[in-house]
Write a protein that binds this ligand. Structure first.
Ligand code: MSP
Length: 508
C-alpha cells in the first residue's frame, strides 16, 4: 500500500534555524503523528537545501569549505528536529549522492528531449534572491529591498521551457481545487499565470557560482538552486526505482507562503509534468510567524531561537503553543507574553494542576488505586455527554488541519473536568461517613481519570511526551491508534504513578 507521504520545505543551509523552520517541522510532525494514529503508514521527509550562492557566501565569510559548513548546519538542524520530537523517517541533504544522481539524470533527460536549451541572456540579476529579474519586478521604478544588490549581466545560460506548459498548468490548478490548501491561495497562482511566463534559467556559470550540481551536458555550469532543491521530494523516495510507487504522489508538501509562487506552484508542477511524473496531491501552505507584525527572518534580524524556548518550557509546551496559536494558512505574531499566558494558564493551571490534583486525591483517598465508578449522576452524565459531542468535532478539526480549534476544544473539555472537580469537591466527600458520599468520591476519581485519559489520547500528536506521562500516571498505555476514544475503558484497579509537575510555572 502506498504510504501517506508528507514533506517539509528543505531549509537553506546558510544560517541557524529559527522559529519559522521549527513551526513547519512541528506542523508536519503533528500531521504525521495524527495520520499514524489514524492507522496510516506514513513517510515523513525533511531535509536541507545546501547549494547556491548564499551558502557559498556564508561559508566564505567563515573561511571554511562549503561542504564543511553545510555539515555543521545539518547537525544544527537535525538536532533541532530531535529536540522538537520530530518523527521524520528520512532526512535528505542536497549534497548527497542519491540526490545529485537524480538531479543529473533529470537534467540530461530534459536536455535530450529539447526541454532545456541554451541562449544568450542580457538582464538584471539579484544575488540575494539568486534569480534574474524583469522590469515588472520593480516597484515604483526601483528594485525592492528584498533583491539586495541588482547588477546587469550578459551571459549564455540554459533555459527550461516553462512557457510551453503555462496553459496546461492554469487549467490544472483550476480543475483541482485540492491542489492548494488553503484554497484561497490558488488565486495567487492563477493571477501569476495571467501574464505570459518566461522560460526558467536553470544554469549558473561556474565562474560566478561553483557550489552546485554540475550540468551533465556542460561542465562550465552548475544548476540553479531551486531546480536542484525541488527534486529532493522525489530523489529521497527512490525516483527511477520500483520503490518510488510506494510513496509518490506526495500527499502534502508543507511549505510557507513565500515559496508557493512561483517555486512550488509553477516550477515544480511543470518540472514533474515534463518528466511525466504525476502531480503531488496538495501543497499545504502555512503563513508566517511575525514579530511585532514583521516577518521573522534572518535578514530582518527578528528571530526567536526555538531552542531557547524549548530549553525553558520543554518541547511539548512549545509544540502546543505553535499549534494552538496559529490558524494554518494565516500569519501569527510570536510574543513572550502570549506564550507565557498560554503556558501558565492553559498548560499549567488547566491541565498540569488537574493531573497533579488527581494524583494527590487518589493517593490520599483511595490508597493510590483508581476506583471503579459505580454511580452516574447528573455531573458525571454531563461530562460524558460533553465528550460525546466534542470528540467527533475534534477528530474532524484535526482531519481538516484545524489544529487550533481542535486544541481549543480539548481544553474546553479539560476546563469542564476542572469544573466537575469543583462541583463534586472530593475533599469534602472524603470527610463524610456517608456510604453514598464514598460512592460519589470513587465515581469522581474514576470520571476525572477517564476524562484525562481520553483527552490525553487526542493530545498525543501535539504533546507526545506530556500525554505519555499523563497516561502512564493513570496506568494507561501510550495510544498507537484511536480505538480507545469511547468513554468507559476502565482504569479501575490501576495504581497511579508518582507525583509529577508537568508544567512548572514560568515567570515573565
Ligand atoms: N530552501 C528553500 C526551500 C526549498 S524547498 C524545495 C527555503 N528555505 S528557507 O530556509 O528559507 O525556508 C524554509 C521554510 O521555512 C519555508 O517553507 C519558509 O516558508 C519557512 N519559513 C521561513 N520563515 C518563516 C516564518 N517567519 N514563519 C513561518 N515559516 C517561514 O525557502
Amino acid at each position: 500500500m502506498k504510504a501517506f507521504y508528507l514533506t517539509t520545505a528543505i531549509d537553506y543551509a546558510n544560517g541557524a534555524p529559527h522559529l519559522g523552520h521549527a513551526y513547519e517541522k512541528v506542523l508536519s510532525d503533528v500531521i504525521a503523528r495524527w495520520r499514524r494514529l489514524r492507522g496510516e503508514r506514513v513517510f515523513f521527509l525533511t531535509g536541507l537545501d545546501e547549494h547556491g550562492q548564499k551558502v557559498q557566501q556564508s561559508a566564505n565569510k567563515e573561511g571554511v569549505e562549503a561542504q564543511a559548513f553545510c555539515d555543521r548546519v545539518a547537525e544544527q538542524f537535525r538536532s533541532l528536529c530531535s529536540k522538537l520530537l520530530i518523527t521524520n523517517d528520512d532526512y535528505i541533504r542536497t549534497t548527497e549522492a542519491r540526490h545529485q544522481e537524480v538531479v543529473t539524470g533529470i537534467l540530461q533527460t530534459l536536455f535530450d528531449r529539447g526541454e532545456i536549451y541554451k541562449a544568450e541572456y542580457k538582464g538584471f540579476y539579484s544575488t540575494r534572491a539568486e534569480q534574474f529579474l524583469q522590469e515588472k519586478d520593480k516597484v515604483d521604478g526601483r528594485w525592492p529591498e528584498i533583491f539586495g544588490d541588482v547588477t546587469e549581466v550578459t551571459e549564455s545560460n540554459y533555459f527550461f521551457r516553462l512557457s510551453r506548459y503555462q496553459s496546461w498548468l492554469a487549467q490544472y490548478v483550476e480543475s483541482h481545487p485540492d491542489f492548494i490548501f488553503p484554497k484561497y491561495r490558488a488565486k495567487q497562482v492563477l493571477e501569476f499565470l495571467k501574464d505570459p511566463i518566461n522560460d526558467l534559467c536553470i544554469s549558473r556559470p561556474k565562474e560566478r557560482l561553483s557550489w552546485g550540481i554540475e550540468l551533465p551536458f556542460d561542465k562550465n555550469y552548475v544548476t540553479y538552486v531551486w531546480f536542484d532543491a525541488l527534486i529532493n521530494y522525489i530523489s529521497a523516495v527512490g525516483y527511477g526505482t520500483e520503490r518510488f510507487a510506494d510513496y509518490w504522489p506526495a500527499d502534502f508538501h508543507v511549505i510557507g507562503k513565500d515559496i508557493l509562487v512561483p517555486a512550488h506552484s509553477v516550477y515544480w508542477p511543470i518540472m514533474l509534468q515534463a518528466i511525466g511524473v504525476p502531480m503531488p496531491k496538495t501543497l499545504l501552505v502555512h503563513g508566517w510567524w511575525l514579530m511585532s507584525g514583521e516577518k521573522m527572518s534572518k535578514s530582518t534580524g527578528l528571530t526567536v531561537d526555538p531552542l531557547e524556548v524549548v530549553e525553558q518550557a520543554g518541547p511539548d509546551a512549545f509544540r502546543y503553543f505553535l499549534m494552538r496559536e496559529m490558524n494554518v494558512g494565516q500569519d501569527s505574531d510570536f510574543s513572550r507574553e502570549i506564550f507565557l499566558q498560554r503556558y501558565n494558564n492553559e498548560l499549567g493551571n488547566d491541565l498540569g494542576n488537574l493531573v497533579s490534583r488527581l494524583q494527590n486525591m487518589v493517593t490520599r483517598y483511595c490508597d493510590g488505586r483508581l476506583p471503579a465508578s459505580t454511580l452516574e449522576d447528573a455531573p458525571e452524565g454531563e461530562l460524558k455527554a460533553l465528550w460525546k459531542t466534542l470528540c467527533p468535532a475534534i477528530l474532524s478539526d484535526f482531519d481538516n488541519l484545524q489544529f487550533h480549534t481542535g486544541l481549543e476544544k480539548c481544553f474546553q473539555f479539560i476546563r469542564a473536568i476542572n469544573r466537575y472537580v469543583e462541583v463534586r469537591a472530593p475533599w469534602k466527600l472524603a470527610k463524610s461517613e456517608d456510604t453514598g458520599d464514598r460512592q460519589r468520591l470513587e465515581a469522581s476519581m474514576a470520571v476525572i481519570s477517564e476524562g484525562l485519559r481520553l483527552v490525553s489520547t487526542l493530545l498525543t500528536p501535539v504533546m507526545p511526551n506530556i500525554s505519555s506521562t499523563t497516561l502512564q500516571l493513570l496506568g494507561a498505555l501510550t495510544p498507537t491508534d484511536l480505538s480507545g476514544l469511547t468513554w468507559g475503558s476502565s482504569l479501575a484497579g490501576k495504581t497511579v504513578g508518582e507525583k509529577v509537575i508537568l508544567f512548572p510555572r514560568m515567570d515573565a
